[in-house]
Design a protein around this ligand. Structure first.
Ligand code: HEM
Length: 424
């Protein structure tokens, strides 16, 4: 049973398996981490309240404290472009301006047009997985899938994907910043600056000759909220970077946690296999019970109260999405994985309010397309015996399995369906 000293949700042993500590934190309500100005929200209603009140809770310093700020780091960063607080790092009214540029391309309607291409990507990756009947699912499917989708959206050449992956990994690794060495953080910052230079060239190419992709859309947009001007190079780099970071590890973890949950609950797998129209609700339930984004931070803008607890101006709030999504007040029998749960979609896995996930429709479509293709083409799937330790990466923000080893017996007539692009 957790006690007063181990209620810190950010220590490695709790990050590995946080759910018991969440029970105690939810029982206590708004919890001030001893000797800090950090208040931890774990109840569904408190998390929702914070997210719905951007006038009281600012996103400035969203991930502050996760990274170091040393003279060496600043020196490397000076070789790139200054980061601009866009999208998840901006409060209204600036946030509204940035969001207006990308809302349409990420709407459910626009995203739906990507479905055939997403199917091709999933099927191509499954073709490679099927070269052996033993698959390490995280590296062979879950990691490449969202990267191919990102490259497709942004119009990046396919051959750049391995390098984009290295840059993206370094950006995510740095978010667990104080948990890596200073040396390693410097290497991550160098890679981040390299990525900025790469994006700069992509942006310049579209300025010279716009194409039919999201970078061109952002380059050519005039932003009414900003007096009709277009976005600057710094803003564009920050927008693309945030879209990559927002959509990558989150989707990887949805796919790998989702498949692990199905394989650990064979009766739920049977329900989904028997009726694939249950896949979208299964995807919601997987995100509820193993929320890919576990926590982000807010800063209190003026003295206020949540649930009777006084929060002074300037104090920090840890918004624990993963804990809120297991609150029995919102989800009866919250630790039970149930692909038929009627309100699975009502979780805060995608946040709430003005910062509600920009990529929610895309992520939902990616989940649907990936699991439809996987269940259809892998046939009987099972966990590879003795190979899985179900270890989660230690990261305060993102929760995901390091590895997932599976075996499958594909049906003899597995069609490698609908490939219109021979390059993929
Ligand atoms: C399973 C997949 C995903 C999960 C669980 C997820 C989760 C979240 C959450 C919780 C937030 C709210 C952050 C806050 O409250 O401050 C958010 C925002 C955001 N997400 Fe996602 N996300 C996913 C996929 C994606 C994808 C595919 C993209 C884009 C390709 C994306 C891009 C973004 C962006 C840009 C924001 C910031 C929005 C804003 O502040 O206006 N996400 N996401």
């Amino acid at each position: 049973m957790p006690n007063q000293t181990n209620l810190d949700p950010f220590v490695p042993e709790v990050l590995e398996d946080p759910y018991e500590v969440f029970v105690e934190l939810r029982r206590r309500g708004v919890y001030q981490l001893p000797d800090t100005t950090m208040f931890i929200m774990t109840r569904f209603r408190d998390v929702e309240y914070v997210l719905m009140h951007p006038e009281l809770f600012s996103v400035h310093g969203l991930t502050e404290g996760l990274t170091r700020d040393t003279p060496e780091i600043r020196e490397i960063e000076a070789q790139g472009w200054p980061a601009v607080n866009v999208l998840s790092k901006a409060d209204p009214p600036e946030h509204t301006g940035y969001r207006s540029v990308v809302n349409r391309p990420f709407s459910a309607q626009s995203v739906k047009t990507l479905e055939p291409r997403l199917k091709e990507i999933a099927n191509r990756l499954i073709d490679t997985c099927l070269e052996s009947n033993e698959i390490e699912f995280v590296s062979q499917f879950a990691q490449p899938f969202p990267l191919y989708v990102f490259a497709e959206l942004m119009g990046l050449p396919e051959e750049d994907i391995p390098q984009v992956k290295r840059w993206c990994d370094a950006r995510i690794e740095r978010m667990g910043g104080t948990m890596i060495s200073h040396e390693r953080e410097l290497a991550c910052v160098r890679l981040a600056v390299e990525f900025q230079h790469y994006l700069f060239h992509q942006i310049e190419a579209r300025r010279a000759e716009p194409r039919d992709d999201l970078i061109s859309h952002m380059v050519t947009a005039s932003v009414e909220k900003f007096g009709g001007r277009s976005l600057t190079t710094e803003e564009l780099i920050s927008m693309i970077d945030i879209i990559l970071l927002g959509g990558n590890d989150t989707t990887i973890n949805l796919l790998s946690s989702g498949l692990a949950l199905l394989l650990q609950h064979p009766e739920q797998l049977d329900l989904v296999t028997a009726d694939p129209s249950r896949i979208p609700n299964f995807v919601e339930e997987a995100m509820r019970i193993e929320s890919p984004v576990q926590c982000l931070f807010r800063t209190v803008k003026e003295d206020t109260q949540v649930d009777g607890v006084r929060l002074p101006k300037g104090s920090r709030v840890a918004v624990m999405y993963g804990a809120a999504n297991r609150d029995a007040e919102q989800f009866p029998d919250p630790d039970r994985f149930d692909v038929r749960r009627p309100n699975a979609r009502m979780s805060v896995a995608f946040g709430a309010g003005v910062h509600f996930c920009l990529g929610a429709s895309l992520a939902r479509l990616e989940g649907k397309v990936a699991f439809e293709a996987l269940l259809n083409r892998l046939g009987t799937i099972r966990l590879a015996e003795g190979k899985n330790d179900f270890r989660y990466a230690i990261n305060p923000v993102i929760r995901g399995l390091k590895e997932l080893h599976i075996e499958c017996d594909p049906p003899a007539d597995t069609p490698s369906t609908e490939r219109s692009n021979p390059r993929l």
